[in-house]
Design a protein around this ligand. Structure first.
Ligand SMILES: *Cc1c(COP(=O)(O)O)cnc(C)c1O
Length: 399
């Protein structure tokens, strides 16, 4: 997945364009910048690559989610449905706005189970936020039907699935809004950064204003701008955006290599008795940043994970006991340990996450192992790793 593996001369050249004129900010200083508008250039290129009308760059994937929710008018007391398997950014962005995260089960796609989503809808529900974890997607057609029926916003967190597609569309471009992260370990990186895509003009204007203090961005004197709305500062810097331009040029090459390496791993595991693969919804194509597979049960999955690590196979993840990506590891969230008092809407409405029944999610997560797919490995290293993986898993399943 990591774009940092291909950081090179192209990124350095983009950054030095910015360093030469010294305008590190994306707005204003027209005379000094020698025609360099890196953030704008990235936004235009990214919207085009994703097949979306609009793109708004911001400072991180987490701020992209926050800005996207705000742009859709989501605020205090509104309920946003999110999965149990995701990154902490999902509930952070929701709660930042005083909105209430509603956690529901995943299924064998490792993403939102549409039936669980429908069952969780209340009169306060405003948004469904699928998270396309580890390179593959939620059943977007089913989720879109639910959102249409109940008049809800569909916001895709595509931070881990850049370049994957569904129904021929880029992930992130299917729903009302899509969010991406360009942090240092993502498919392409800006160092830090995030992006929002949408075809909705009003959302794009809202996002543009909200991420920069509500400034209207009309005219070319920032000091004269008015504020149609309250906002915040989630801006990206020109230096970060510059890195992203060079990385975006490399995206297709990255995806091609990921697919090639993924296929070698999958071929090596496909005949191992007891190994099955994550379900990809019909009409979807992964971005191949991870190979995700199931073992027959929790005990064997733990055994296989240990065997992989003992065999020296790095970057294999057992998310079930991981502190970042599954509800089991989020003690701070389950017990609402905030520095200051949380909005009363959150305190009053949030489900009791310590007693909620997520046994359906547990059943999949406890069996799941994900192998990262790097692009810096040589072909020989990929084959060697595939063979080590196969041997370690076969041994764990048969001892
Ligand atoms: C990385 C990530 C984010 C947040 O991105 P940052 O840029 O690190 O803030 C959000 N959601 C998912 C699924 C992610 O993997």
């Amino acid at each position: 997945m990591p774009g940092f593996e291909v950081f090179g001369a192209e990124e350095r050249k983009q950054v030095s364009d910015v360093l030469e004129n010294g305008v590190l900010m994306r707005y204003g200083f027209d005379g000094m910048r020698n025609g360099h508008w890196k953030a704008k250039e990235f936004e235009t290129a990214f919207a085009k690559r994703m097949g979306s009308k609009y793109c708004q760059l911001v400072s991180s994937g987490t701020s992209a989610l926050t800005v996207a929710l705000a742009a859709a008018g989501i605020g205090a007391g509104d309920e946003v449905i999110m999965p149990t398997f995701t990154f902490v950014a999902s509930f952070e962005s929701i709660m930042m706005l005083g909105a209430v995260p509603v956690l529901v089960d995943i299924d064998d796609t490792l993403t939102l189970d549409p039936k669980a989503v429908e069952a969780a809808i209340t009169p306060k529900t405003r948004c469904v936020m699928p998270v396309h974890m580890c390179g593959s997607m939620a059943n977007l057609k089913a989720l879109m039907e639910i959102c249409d029926k109940h008049d809800l916003v569909l916001l895709e967190d595509a931070c881990q699935a850049l370049g994957g597609t569904y129904d021929g569309k880029s992930l992130g471009s299917y729903g009302d809004l899509g969010c991406f992260s360009f942090d240092f370990v993502k498919t392409i990186t800006c160092g830090e950064g995030g992006g929002i895509i949408t075809n909705n003009k009003a959302y794009s204007v809202n996002a543009d204003q909200f991420q920069d203090h509500g400034h209207d961005h009309i005219g070319n004197d920032r000091g004269e701008e008015t504020h149609p709305t309250l906002g915040y500062n989630f801006r990206i810097s020109e230096l970060n955006a510059a890195v992203g331009i060079a990385q975006l040029d490399k995206l297709d090459g990255i995806l091609k290599l990921q697919k090639k390496n993924y296929t070698i791993f999958r071929e090596a595991l496909k005949d191992v008795d007891g190994v099955t693969f994550r379900r990809v919804p019909e009409g979807g194509e992964e971005n191949y940043s991870f190979l995700n597979f199931y073992l027959p049960g929790e005990v064997l999955a733990k055994k296989a994970h240990k065997a992989l690590s003992e065999a020296g196979v790095d970057a294999c993840f057992y998310w079930y006991t991981n502190n970042w990506h599954y509800i089991n590891g989020w003690e701070h969230f389950r017990n609402l340990k905030s520095l200051g008092r949380l909005p009363s809407e959150i305190q009053n409405q949030i489900q009791d996450l310590n007693s909620a029944d997520f046994s359906k999610s547990d059943a999949w997560m406890s069996r799941t192992i994900s192998s990262l797919v790097k692009i810096g490995w040589t072909e020989a290293e990929v084959h060697e790793r595939a063979e080590l993986m196969r041997q370690a898993i076969v041994k764990a399943l048969n001892s």
